[in-house]
Design a protein around this ligand. Structure first.
Ligand code: NI
Length: 139
């Protein structure tokens, strides 16, 4: 971790008002902490865009396990990509619906491709991939 540097930011007053309102809404104690989070989020996003980097993330899927061979197809896809799946949690939401959360880690392009394959599998009602970083290069 480097030393802390103070720097000034020039900003339109209306934009600053909106930013301060956002800081309050999101419970930031100081503008600095909010700006640090914004910078970190942008750096994390850049990491995923650079698809060769290793990313971590979760994929949430909701599906009806009665739908033809859907559960089996999802399991097969997961076995085909076991190298990027760290863990899977399955919850039976109700009589029909299942919720699955996959914890993923691997090259950005592989994690995103698997996420897209699973989400677009016919019969999946909802899917969302949330990517983050291993944090290795971010303070
Ligand atoms: Ni289930």
């Amino acid at each position: 971790m480097g030393q802390t540097i103070r720097f000034g930011v020039s900003l339109d007053s209306e934009l600053l008002e909106k930013f301060d309102a956002l800081c309050e809404e999101r419970c930031y104690q100081t503008r600095s902490e909010a700006i640090r989070d914004l910078i970190r989020n942008t750096l994390v996003q850049k990491e995923w865009e650079d698809t060769g980097n290793v990313v971590a993330g979760t994929l949430t899927l909701v599906y009806d396990h009665h739908k033809s061979d859907l559960a089996q197809r999802l399991t097969e896809l997961q076995h085909d990509h076991h190298d990027v799946i760290i863990s899977t949690i399955h919850a039976h939401l109700d009589h029909d619906n299942c919720l699955e959360v996959l914890i993923l880690k691997g090259p950005g392009k592989d994690v995103q491709a698997l996420g897209q394959k699973l989400i677009s599998t016919k019969g999946v009602k909802h899917g969302k991939l949330n990517l983050t970083t291993t944090g290795k290069d971010i303070m």
